[in-house]
Structures are given as C-alpha cells and as structure tokens.
Design a binder for this molecule. Sequence first.
Ligand code: ADP
Ligand code: MG
Length: 247
Amino acid sequence: MSAGTDDPGLAGSEPILETENLTKQFGGLTAVDGVNYSLRSKGIRCIIGPNGAGKSTFFKLITGRLSPTEGAIRYRGEDITELEPYERVRRGLSMKFQDVSVYPDLSVRENFRIAVQRHTSDYDDAVSDLLDVVQLQGKRDTLVGDLSHGQQQWLEIGMATAIEPDLLLLDEPTAGMTVDETEETGELIQSLADDGMAVIVVEHDINFVRQIAETVTVLHNGRIFTEGSVEEVENDEDVRRIYLGEE
Ligand code: ADP
Ligand code: MG
C-alpha cells in the first residue's frame, strides 16, 4: 500500500476497519447493537459515550477477546470475524485494554522483552525503541509495581505497540491520570499516529478528545448515536443530554 498516511483523499479506498451489524448480547442485555463502523484513514479517531455504552465490548469484539452474537468485522478487506485473537494480532491489530495487564514484579525492560520476543529476535533494539517511544528509558530497571500510574499506562501502550501494529485500540488510556500525564499521553498517541499507525481511542474526557482527534463517534446504548467533528459533537444537544443524564 502506498497511500499517504494522512491523505483525506483515502475516502474512496478500502477501509482499514469495518464492522457490519456488529452485535453482542450478554443474556438479555444487548451491549453492542447493530454497529456499522468504518475507519478509512490513518490518524486518530475517538469513541466516546457514557458508562455502559458498549465501548469496551466493541473493542473486545474487534480484537477477538469476545465473539459477536451477530455481524461481521473486516480488517483491510479481510473478514476476521472468526479469527482467533492471536491471528488478528499477527495481521497488525493491537489493543491496550482498560484493565491493567502488565507484570508488576518484573522491570520495565523485562515487561517489554516479553512483549517483543514473540515477533522479533532482535530483542535489545526493539526494547530500546519501545523505551524511547514511551519515554521510560530512565525507568528501564524499575519494577513495574513501583511506577506511577501514568507510567504504567505508558508501559502498557508500549507493550501494545511492540508488534508494530497498523491499528492500535486504546481503551481509556488516560483513566486516573493527572493533568500533566494526560497531556503527555496525548503527545505519545500523536507520535504513534505520526509514525503511520491508525489509532482508535475510547475516551471519557472531551478535552482530551479535542487535543488528539478530529473525528468522534458517540456510542450510546450499544449504538452509534452520532459521528462527526469534535466541534459538531460537542455542540450537539442530544449528546449533551445523554452525558448529563448519566454522568
Ligand atoms: P463501556 O465500556 O462503554 O462503559 P461496556 O462495553 O463495558 O461499556 O459494557 C456495556 C454493557 O455490557 C454494560 O451494561 C455492561 O454491564 C455489560 N457487560 C459488559 N461486559 C459484560 C460481560 N462480560 N457479561 C455481562 N455483561 C457485560
Ligand atoms: Mg469501558
């Protein structure tokens, strides 16, 4: 593929990610309800929505951590609905989950080593690159349990990028962060996008959304409620209502 990374003219080409009628039921609850989502260009896109809107479930369906009740997922034109999570990872799809998934009793470097050793034999270079990307060189020998909350989140983002994904999904990467950490996280995500990654970020904080993304999708009750520029969405009265009603 030779398409430019941030060329809006990509609109006519094959989507990077597409879901069709994607649906997930848990018993009687429909957590994701007939979602048709399309990601056509690289760069950063956000998904927002109140608690329980189905954001995390949507991501888990895309990575294969959950199987849909109905619907299909296509990644770069290929139907991946039935693929195992590791097969999706192999195709360049990676995710940082909302819950923490690092090894607290190991050092930063050891955590990164675990993340890279599955797909490269050049461990040391790959680990060093990751330490640079997330700016944790100075903490490489620190036990992960001793990192600040923000640093742990960056470590996780780093681990998710270890496979050099084409598409990275980040579920609430700034949860629990200080204002400064949040801003640094925005810069980190921006740098990943500048390197040519497509990034979808689930986020609560509209100020953060404004910092990193141009296009936002609002999920509500498992459905796409609206989609548009940050400004359009922010000024949408119905969006304000669902947030005010449930926050
Ligand atoms: P969000 O990430 O937008 O806060 P989730 O995707 O986590 O929302 O959850 C959407 C809905 O699905 C919620 O009502 C939640 O309680 C429910 N849910 C999520 N995961 C499960 C599960 N494994 N089993 C049963 N219900 C679930
Ligand atoms: Mg969630």
